[in-house]
Design a protein around this ligand. Structure first.
Ligand code: ATP
Length: 139
C-alpha cells in the first residue's frame, strides 16, 4: 500500500490526510504549528511538528521513502516552494503541490512537482461541470 506524507495541515491538507487515513493508508502529517499536529494526531499514523524547509529534519524522518507527498502549505509561498524542491531532492516519487496562482504553479512544475493543484479553482470548475451535467440529466 502506498505511503503518504502530507505537509501543511490547513483545511486542504487536513482533508487530504484524514481522507487517506480513513481509507487505511499510512499517513505522516507534518506542520510547523504544534496545535495543528495535536489536532490530527489521533487520526493519522504519525503526526510530527517541524518546519518542512528544514531538509535535515525531513531526511531524518525518512520522508524520501514515502511514495507520495502533498505540499499543502498555503500563504507562505517561500516555504511551499522550498519544501517542494526538498521533497524532489530527497527522491519522493510523486509530489503534489498546492499553488496560489498560475505563476506559482509554473515554478512548482519547473522544480519537479509531478502535479500542481489549485484547490479553490479546481473545485469551482468541478462544481460548474457537475451543475451543467446534472442539468442535462434533469432535462
Ligand atoms: P487552507 O486553505 O488549506 O486552509 P491556507 O492556504 O490558508 O490553507 P496556510 O494556513 O497558510 O494555508 O498553510 C497551511 C498549513 O501549513 C498551516 O497549518 C501552516 O502552519 C503550515 N505551514 C506553513 N509553513 C510551514 C512549514 N515551513 N513547515 C510545515 N508546515 C508549514
Amino acid at each position: 500500500m502506498k505511503q503518504f506524507v502530507i505537509i501543511g495541515l490547513g483545511r486542504f491538507g487536513t482533508s487530504v490526510a484524514k481522507t487517506l487515513a480513513y481509507k487505511y493508508y499510512d499517513v505522516l502529517a507534518i506542520d510547523i504549528n504544534e496545535e495543528k499536529v495535536q489536532e490530527i494526531s489521533d487520526e493519522v499514523t504519525h503526526a510530527v511538528n517541524l518546519d518542512a524547509t528544514n531538509k535535515k529534519a525531513l531526511t531524518n524522518l525518512g520522508v524520501g521513502n514515502f511514495d507520495v507527498a502533498v505540499v499543502s502549505i498555503g500563504e507562505d509561498v517561500h516555504a511551499n516552494i522550498l519544501t517542494t524542491l526538498i521533497l524532489k531532492e530527497l527522491g519522493v516519487e510523486e509530489v503534489v503541490a498546492k499553488a496560489q496562482d498560475s505563476l506559482h504553479g509554473r515554478i512548482l512544475t519547473k522544480l519537479g512537482a509531478d502535479r500542481v493543484v489549485y484547490p479553490e479553482h479546481d473545485m469551482g470548475t468541478r462544481i460548474a461541470n457537475h451543475l451543467v451535467s446534472a442539468q442535462i440529466l434533469d432535462y
